[in-house]
Design a protein around this ligand. Structure first.
Ligand SMILES: NC(=O)c1ccc[n+]([C@@H]2O[C@H](COP(=O)([O-])OP(=O)(O)OC[C@H]3O[C@@H](n4cnc5c(N)ncnc54)[C@H](OP(=O)(O)O)[C@@H]3O)[C@@H](O)[C@H]2O)c1
Length: 282
């Protein structure tokens, strides 16, 4: 029976699809843009067009399927997770795997949105697995312009630590959970192998590109202004400032062995990610 992948045109979801294909599983992808999905996956997947903001559009993809990988971003996570779960229940889905966040453990910022989404799934009675990653290594790409321009990362995260995780490791864990129908009722908090300060992360990027990258601490207000200047909505800005404060206060530096427990290998180190992405910083 089929597995339905949402977020399939994004970073984690596209890698989940590739993992399933490698295991001989042909997934259904639920996407807003069918042409984008076709260009990514060709004829190797079944494409269902729709939009999570209209949960009823999910129904055709879910009919006769066994499992749903649910991924959505932003302040509407609680509402959209609840709506998708209701449709999944009516369609007889037997396993929801939700991409959540380790920040749920602190009920902090974006983690608070995911906590409400998890609650809706938990109370539905549908067997679930919550995959809760820490901060993605790919977040560091947001600093590519200032690294290229001035060799500098600025953040209000201060000396706080984060065990950044590679999206390939997240996708590998998700695919393992989906393919095995295992880990029912579990919340898998997954991290990279080492908790790094942003200054240490800057040093590693500097080593990968062959020139030093400095780190400068800024205040919450400046961090919020800089993020708002990218066009982010006000709720997203507030959530990110709270997130960086949480890191600064040492609340989000946890390291777990869950990737190794699930995959039987160590998670990828930031050094490798920086090598893979060096061109973005040059
Ligand atoms: N970044 C972090 O440090 C971090 C840490 C913990 C948890 N997370 C969680 O990870 C998730 C983001 O994963 P990601 O980085 O893989 O996402 P991403 O690369 O930004 O991709 C988002 C995906 O969702 C799809 N999408 C967006 N709105 C949709 C809608 N209304 N209906 C259907 N599909 C829609 C996008 O489709 P289009 O191609 O059409 O846009 C895309 O495929 C979020 O839930 C976030 O909270 C992130």
């Amino acid at each position: 029976m089929s597995i339905v992948i949402t977020g399939a045109t994004g970073d984690v979801g596209s890698k989940v699809v590739e993992h399933l294909l490698l295991q001989g599983i042909r997934p259904r992808v639920f996407v807003r843009n069918a042409a984008k999905a076709r260009s990514l996956f060709g004829e190797r997947v079944d494409i269902f067009a729709g939009d999570l903001t209209d949960a009823s559009s999910l129904r055709p993809a879910l009919e006769g399927a066994r499992a749903l990988f649910l991924l959505y971003s932003g302040p509407r996570i609680p509402v959209l997770d609840a709506a998708a779960t209701e449709v999944a229940g009516a369609a007889g889905i037997r396993h929801i795997v939700k991409l959540s966040s380790i920040d749920v453990e602190q009920n902090l910022a974006i983690g608070a949105w995911h906590e409400k989404g998890e609650a809706a799934i938990r109370t539905s009675g549908i067997p679930f697995t919550f995959v809760r990653p820490t901060g993605f290594m790919s977040n560091l790409l947001a600093w590519a312009p200032s690294i290229r321009r001035e060799g500098m990362i600025r953040s209000s995260a201060g000396d706080g630590r984060r065990a950044f995780i590679h999206s390939a490791d997240i996708a590998a864990v998700v695919a393992r959970v989906l393919a095995t129908s295992g880990y029912l009722g579990e919340s898998l908090s997954i991290t990279g192998p080492e908790a790094l300060t942003f200054a240490e992360a800057a040093t590693k990027i500097g080593e990968a590109i062959g020139r030093p990258v400095k780190f400068q601490t800024i205040g919450d207000e400046e961090a919020g202004e800089r993020f708002a200047a990218t066009g982010a909505p006000i709720e997203e800005v507030a959530a990110h400032v709270a997130l960086w404060r949480g890191i600064r206060e040492g609340r989000l530096g946890m390291v777990t062995d869950t990737v190794e427990r699930v995959l039987g290998r160590k998670p990828v180190r930031l050094d490798q990610w920086a090598q893979e992405n060096a061109a973005a910083f040059c």
